[in-house]
Design a protein around this ligand. Structure first.
Ligand SMILES: NC(=O)c1ccc[n+]([C@@H]2O[C@H](COP(=O)([O-])OP(=O)(O)OC[C@H]3O[C@@H](n4cnc5c(N)ncnc54)[C@H](OP(=O)(O)O)[C@@H]3O)[C@@H](O)[C@H]2O)c1
Length: 313
């Protein structure tokens, strides 16, 4: 009888986990699983025994990830979905809830980056709308759709892939960082309301990662960046340990410096703004002062990059 109560009637049974690893058997929605960090995270979740539910628009790429996971002996499900389309999200969530016994966790990773200075954005209000559409409203739509399920089960964990830019220095990323900050702040407030239901949030202030997202910005070829696998390691840690916040030492120092002396941080950031130009795709010159080799930054630029490792200038 005790066993029956524990497995079927205990209102907190979803929190109790008996798996081989912390993620064993956990069903985890991963958005943006067709590429970069999301793809690497899906593979790692599966290696830890979890069952990734893969979301993104490109069905073929999702199928490739699912096939790779299955050929490694894992289980995964693909749900093609456009997170900026309310109808697409509604249908996908209904389908997932009908097909899956439960959804334990959500990684809000799908996103879009825009690198363009405010000066070149005077007539580009749509940049701000597009960034919000996916980075904030897309993630928010999914959170609101899954929260009733999670609160009813008295368990859920939500990981938001935010950016190191939110922590202090991010010239040219006003559209992007504003949209990431919106999700950070929403989650901060929501966490105070879902605490009693066992639903928790982690915000990952991710540094620069070498993925298709940063490919159009040629100067990043000369910047140190994490690999998608290293980024996935951070997300796995966020899923397993469920801290409030994760990030890098540089990000933390920036945040602290901004809290103590925001003017000094602005002055440093302004030097970066001058050294690293708008890329040609963003309507700028795209030329950075290079060293002897085309792939090397000038000494000043290289020193700034080293000092602010992981920051996307
Ligand atoms: N790379 C970095 O340096 C870096 C740094 C800090 C934070 N981040 C954040 O990390 C996350 C992952 O980025 P990444 O670098 O891995 O970029 P990526 O390789 O370009 O992947 C972006 C993912 O988002 C998905 N996506 C975009 N729009 C979507 C939509 N409307 N509906 C559903 N899915 C959508 C894409 O899938 P489809 O095209 O198939 O829809 C793709 O899987 C993003 O939130 C990004 O802001 C990245």
């Amino acid at each position: 009888m005790w066993r029956y109560w524990r497995e079927h009637l205990n209102p907190y049974r979803a929190r109790v986990h008996h798996g081989r690893t912390k993620l064993d058997g956990r069903r985890i929605v991963i958005t943006g699983a067709s590429s970069g960090i999301g793809r690497a995270t899906a593979l790692r979740v599966s290696a830890e025994g979890g069952i990734p539910l893969l979301l993104a628009r490109r069905a073929e790429e999702l199928e490739e990830v699912r096939t790779e996971i299955r050929s490694n002996g894992g289980a995964a499900y693909a749900y093609p979905c456009d997170l900026t389309d309310p109808e697409s999200v509604r249908k996908t969530v209904d389908q997932m809830l009908a097909e899956q016994p439960a959804i334990d966790m959500l990684v809000n990773n799908a996103g879009r980056s825009i690198r363009r200075s405010v000066r070149l954005s005077y007539d580009r209000f749509h940049d701000y709308e597009r960034a919000m559409a996916i980075n904030y409203f897309g993630a928010l739509r999914l959170i609101l759709a899954l929260l009733p399920h999670m609160t009813e089960r008295k368990f859920g964990h939500i990981v938001n892939v935010s950016s190191i830019g939110v922590q202090g220095i991010a010239p040219r990323f006003s559209a992007y960082v504003a949209s990431k900050s919106a999700l950070d702040q929403f989650s901060k407030v929501a966490a105070t309301e879902t605490f009693g239901d066992g639903v928790t949030f982690t915000t990952v202030h991710m540094p620069l990662v070498r993925t298709p997202m940063i490919r159009p910005t040629k100067i990043y070829d000369a910047f140190p960046a994490k690999s998608p696998e290293q980024a996935a390691d951070m997300i796995i840690q966020a899923l397993e340990e469920r801290p409030k916040h994760m990030g890098t030492g540089v990000g933390f120092i920036m945040q602290l410096a901004y809290a103590i002396s925001p003017d000094l941080v602005d002055a440093i950031a302004y030097q970066g703004y001058r050294i690293f130009p708008d890329s040609t795709a963003a309507g700028g010159q795209g030329r950075v002062k290079l060293g002897k080799s085309e792939r090397q930054l000038s000494k000043a630029a290289a020193a700034l990059v080293r000092m602010t490792r992981g920051i996307h200038w």
